[in-house]
Ligand binder design. Structure first.
Ligand code: BGC
Length: 487
């Protein structure tokens, strides 16, 4: 955990010793560097409403798909944990913002809980208490001279919209999301950066494809992708049309893993490109270039033939829709955590994970790679490569890194691994900026607090701060003098 003296400044990096990490298999070298970041670069921390707020049914908040999923299926979460109280940030938001400011951060990211504003998800009852809560929270952020980065949707769809419409697979959601967003944007005038949706890949692939997370549905990831991307575009266009005097920038936030070809064969090189297009391009291509990526269209047509199906699972985008989505960005929000290998497996249509089958790619890792407590593999040259790829593929957009981070299992308060990983990630971002000329203007770590890590409950800790209560009741540790704890 950070101590009070670890304030992050543009030159905090100077003290870092140079280390060279050699990854044995393909001998990738990554050199940790000690440079400064550009003047005005934002350092910050990210959070999301559902993972920290708690107060799940307080002050008029309605039920969302995560409340429903967990209360109906407690055993799907590690240790049957739930987020009914979480970090209790609904009541302790001032303390959270103070903690972020105490580290010298210049940006703090939150998300809005849709059902705190519109309890059923629809227009109708607008919950003033919910709006006031976020207004006060943003005032607090601004009070410390931090930029307020606000996500309109971070995985917590109103349950009523799931029940009545089937959630993000129904095009009716597009206008409903615009109505909700308009109310929030109108009221929260002090926001500096708007994120429309966090990680559409996770929303669609795991919520509506494999069914691992709420709402737990299967085989509808491509319908979801179309509705989500249209919803993003509709909110962006509404914002630009109806709030022409607002200075805040708006973007979508994509989860960008890096996939390295397993070998130098042309098939594996194409496989890596293909899975990047399935995971990133399916959302980025319509926004930055227009329409679905070619590799996705071709592969989905091949799958249609392999399955002997009359229609492709990939919905069509009309010319009008392509035009409507294209150009709806002021920058690109990027979350980066993971690097993996991609190997061609395009003849296989069964077994394995759904996203791998869709892309016709076998995903593997190298045993010596660093892993976090969720088992995700981290390779720093991968972190640099993904930014270079984004720059080259999407015509060098400005990039705000909205999440990077490292999780452990919370067995110690000595944060040596988190510090080591943060330094390596930041070195990779630094290389991307100075060696590859990627236009990254800020980086926010995930997360400020140990929080509710979705199906992993409280078993994985990403926070710079932990909860003394969580530690005392769950693991019996004492507060470390090197660490901050919140009471
Ligand atoms: C999500 C966060 C999550 C983090 C760590 C991102 O996918 O936006 O909500 O907690 O990764 O797993």
């Amino acid at each position: 955990m950070f101590s009070a003296n670890d304030c992050i400044t543009n030159s905090w990096f100077l003290s870092i010793t140079t280390a060279v990490i050699i990854f044995c298999n393909l001998c990738y070298a990554f050199e940790e560097n000690n440079g400064s970041f550009p003047e005005g670069f934002f350092f910050g921390a990210s959070t999301s409403a559902y993972q920290i707020e708690g107060a799940w049914n307080i002050d008029g908040k309605g039920e969302n798909i995560w409340d429903h999923f967990i209360h109906e299926n407690p055993m799907r979460i590690v240790n049957n944990d739930n987020a009914d109280v979480a970090c209790d940030s609904y009541h302790k938001y001032k303390e959270d913002v103070f903690l972020a400011a105490s580290l010298g951060f210049s940006a703090y990211r939150i998300s809005i809980s849709w059902t705190r504003i519109l309890p059923s998800g629809y227009m109708g009852i607008v919950n003033e208490v919910g709006l006031k809560y976020y207004e006060d929270l943003i005032d607090e952020i601004v009070k410390y001279n931090m930029k307020a980065v606000v996500t309109l949707y971070h995985f917590d769809l109103p349950q009523q919209l799931q029940k009545d419409f089937g959630g993000w697979t129904n095009p009716k959601l597009i206008d409903i999301f615009v109505d909700y967003s308009r109310i929030v944007i109108e009221r929260l005038e002090k926001v500096d950066y708007w994120i429309t949706l966090n990680e559409p890949k996770v929303i669609c692939n795991y919520g509506y494809g494999s069914g691992e997370i709420a709402p737990g549905l299967k085989y509808q990831e491509f319908e979801c992708a179309k509705v989500v991307i249209m919803s993003h575009a509709a909110v962006y266009r509404m914002y630009k049309n109806e709030f022409p005097n607002r200075k805040a920038k708006m973007a979508i936030n994509l989860d960008c893993e890096w996939f390295e070809p397993k070998t130098t064969s042309s098939k594996d090189i194409a496989a890596a490109q293909r899975i990047l297009e399935f995971e990133i391009g399916i959302f980025a291509h319509p926004i930055f270039k227009g329409g679905w990526p070619k590799a996705v269209k071709e592969r989905m047509e091949k799958r249609r033939l392999m399955e002997n199906s009359a229609i492709s699972q990939l919905p069509k985008l009309t010319e009008k829709e392509i035009e409507f989505i294209n150009g709806t960005f002021d920058f690109l929000g990027v979350n980066h955590y993971v690097t993996q290998y991609a190997e061609d497996d395009s003849e296989n249509n069964v077994g394995r994970k759904r996203n791998e089958i869709n892309a016709g790619v076998l995903v593997t890792v190298d045993p010596p790679w660093n892993k976090n407590s969720l088992g995700s593999t981290v390779a720093m040259w991968g972190a640099r490569n993904v930014f270079k790829w984004l720059k080259e593929t999407y015509n060098n957009p400005e990039i705000f890194i909205c999440e990077y981070g490292y999780s452990d299992n919370g067995t110690t308060l000595e944060d040596n691994e988190r510090i080591r990983f943060s330094r390596m990630y930041l070195s990779a971002f630094h290389d991307a900026i100075y060696k590859d000329e990627v236009r990254i203007f800020g980086a926010m770590t995930w997360s400020l607090l140990d929080n509710f890590e979705w199906t992993s409950g409280y078993s994985s800790h990403f926070g710079l701060f932990t909860s003394i209560k969580m530690i005392l009741t769950k693991r019996g540790f004492r507060r470390s003098q090197h660490s901050f704890s919140r009471s």
